[in-house]
Design a protein around this ligand. Structure first.
Ligand code: ADP
Length: 578
């Protein structure tokens, strides 16, 4: 069946079927899933091209805020703009043409007008009249005739404001303007009213789809972060870099978005990231302390939306990402601490097992060694021993004495040596125990610095064993500085404990050496230089006194041993001496 052809203001160029096609095109646009601005641009351009008007605007409410896309013709070209639009506040008093138009737009949206006035259609659109039904100004109220006069006073002689309604709620306005007088007929307007309804559906559809898309992007980003952080053996640095890479695709303009995570003054950036003027960021707070931030920046200036060019959903996402990072870091730290504790336990366990073994060996060797030494010494005292044999017997005695030293050290390590504990002043031990070292240190060009805290509490300890600890640590320090350096000895009192710190500026140790340090017979030195028992002995003595040892070392920079012993509660007689 042929459609009846209406006599339209556009010289009969448009048929109802054309309007239907326009509605269809608008609905198709909404389904294409483009960002809000591109969608508004496309629809306003479609309408301006279709209508032949000189300017169109689409105003609509999205999340309690009005958006306004306008298209006008300048030098034969369509120019699109996203304009600020505040239709929430009433205009008071006389104003410009734009202010009057805004007030009229508000009236149309709120249906706040007298429908019997000739400016309004039964559907509720405002329009300046047409050739078909000329306005009779005598009939209208003074107020509206003033509006009318003002509106058609400018460049545009035809103005139409068509409400966009969705399920009987007015959500926006389609605004058409032409420089020609009476450009739109009553029939045109009725057809634009149907287009406005399609536009309402399209706007809602676009909004629902955009929300869904944002949700999918948000979930994809969060899922990516979760998968990343679950990867076995992945470092915190790799996770932070991965998160910076995951950010751009979750934002509205991925092609110009740059992701950046700054954590503890280190920056992790997505590939090709540049500094952009428009940015959205959120702080990373770990255990109440600010440690950095997450940021997304656009490399080009984009039109304003909810928060600058960013969406409300993007604000929520960036905040969630920042709190996820904080959680991941907290979890990683807890994991690292647990791992460290486990390593320490494993190490202590291994040392305890070795200690038991050493104790057994030492015990078994002690007796036969005693016999070897005793009988060899007896044999050597025999006057009938030939001279050559006496020399050999003396070698046996020396070897047995050396073996007994080793056994003694093993027993110290495995805490089998009897101790004679008394109240001891650690400062005094450091002062007196250093004499043996001074000449050797000065020969090796080593400067010794003492920093002894005053009033260090006494400790309940075996004095000779503490000398042994000091000697073993300082000998190692001197050996670690073959080309000279600085040896620092410090004492300090710290919360019911007393610390002895031995620090050198020597060769330092690798992680591998650090892991084996206290194991008996572990040495990196030549046969004549070390037995590998020095630190095992230190460990045995310190633990048998209820103390702990910690080591910090850096290859090429030096080593610091800190021995912490429980204080006996009484202040030492000897004051500090630096
Ligand atoms: P030894 O000194 O007889 O080798 P230790 O048990 O005293 O045995 O030390 C074990 C190893 O620890 C040493 O061989 C050395 O590699 C390393 N070490 C100990 N103290 C230091 C130090 N201050 N600087 C560098 N390395 C050290």
């Amino acid at each position: 069946m042929n459609e009846k052809k209406f006599e339209t203001g556009q010289a009969g160029l448009r048929l109802p079927d054309d309007f239907r096609a326009l509605s269809h095109a608008i609905l198709t646009c909404a389904n294409r899933g483009e960002p809000k601005i591109s969608f508004l641009r496309e629809v306003t351009e479609l309408i301006i091209n279709f209508s032949g008007c000189d300017a169109t605007r689409i105003m609509y409410k999205d999340d309690s805020k009005y958006f306004c896309g306008s298209a006008g013709i300048t030098n034969g070209q369509i120019e699109f703009k996203l304009e600020p639009c505040s239709l929430d506040q009433d205009h008071v008093g006389p104003g410009s043409r734009a202010a009057v138009l805004d007030q009229l737009s508000r009236d149309v949206i709120r249906r706040n007008f007298d429908p019997s006035l000739p400016f309004f259609t039964p559907f509720g659109s405002f329009w300046t009249g047409s050739a078909d039904r000329p306005l009779e100004f005598g009939q209208v109220t003074k107020e509206y005739s003033r509006f009318h006069g003002l509106i058609v006073d400018g460049d545009y002689l035809t103005v139409a404001l068509v409400p966009i309604t969705v399920i009987s709620e007015t959500v926006g306005l389609l605004h058409l303007q032409s420089k020609k007088r009476d450009y739109l007929t009553k029939f045109d307007l009725a057809l634009y009213e149907t287009v406005a309804q399609a536009l309402g559906v399209a706007l809602m559809n676009h909004r629902a789809q955009a929300a869904l898309r944002e949700r999918v992007k948000e979930l994809t980003c969060l899922y990516g972060i979760a998968t990343l952080s679950e990867q076995p053996g992945i470092s915190s640095q790799e996770i932070l870099q991965g998160i910076a890479d995951l950010l751009p695709p979750a934002w509205q303009y991925p092609e110009i978005a740059c992701g950046k995570v700054v954590f503890d003054d280190f920056a992790y950036m997505s590939p090709g990231a540049v500094e952009g003027a428009q940015r959205q960021s959120a702080r990373i707070i770990v255990h109440g302390a600010e440690r950095g931030d997450v940021e997304v920046a656009y490399s080009k200036t984009m039109p304003d939306l909810d928060e600058g060019p960013f969406l409300q959903e993007e604000r929520k996402l960036i905040d969630t990402v920042a709190s996820h990072i904080a959680l991941i870091i907290e979890r990683k730290q807890a994991e690292e601490e647990r791992q460290k504790l486990q390593d320490q336990l494993r190490h202590a366990d291994r040392l305890a097992t070795i200690g038991q073994l050493a104790a057994g060996v030492a015990h078994e060797l002690n007796e036969p060694l005693g016999s070897i030494l005793g009988f060899a010494q007896l044999a050597n005292k025999n006057p009938g021993v030939p001279k050559e044999s006496s020399g050999d017997i003396q070698r046996i005695v020396n070897a047995a004495l050396h073996a007994r030293e080793v056994v003694k050290k093993l027993m110290l390590f495995s805490r089998q040596m009897p101790t004679r504990k008394e109240h001891v002043d650690l400062n005094k031990i450091v002062k007196e125990g250093l004499y043996f070292l001074e000449s050797r240190a000065s020969k090796s060009n080593i400067e010794i610095t003492r920093s002894l805290a005053s009033g260090v509490p006494l400790i309940f300890a075996d004095q000779s064993q503490l000398y042994q600890v000091l000697v073993n640590l300082t000998v190692n320090a001197v050996q670690a500085m073959p080309d000279g350096g600085k040896l620092t000895l410090k004492t300090e009192a710290c919360g019911g404990r007393v610390h002895l710190i031995v620090e050198d500026t020597g060769i330092g140790m690798s992680q591998e050496v650090l892991g084996k340090l206290f194991i008996p017979f572990f040495t990196t030195k030549d046969v004549n230089e070390g037995t590998g028992l020095g630190l095992s002995v230190v460990h045995g003595i310190v633990t048998s006194h209820g103390g702990t040892i910690s080591v910090e070392s850096e290859v090429g920079h030096g080593t610091r041993f800190t021995i912490s012993l429980p204080s006996a509660g009484e202040k030492g007689a000897d004051g500090g001496d630096n």
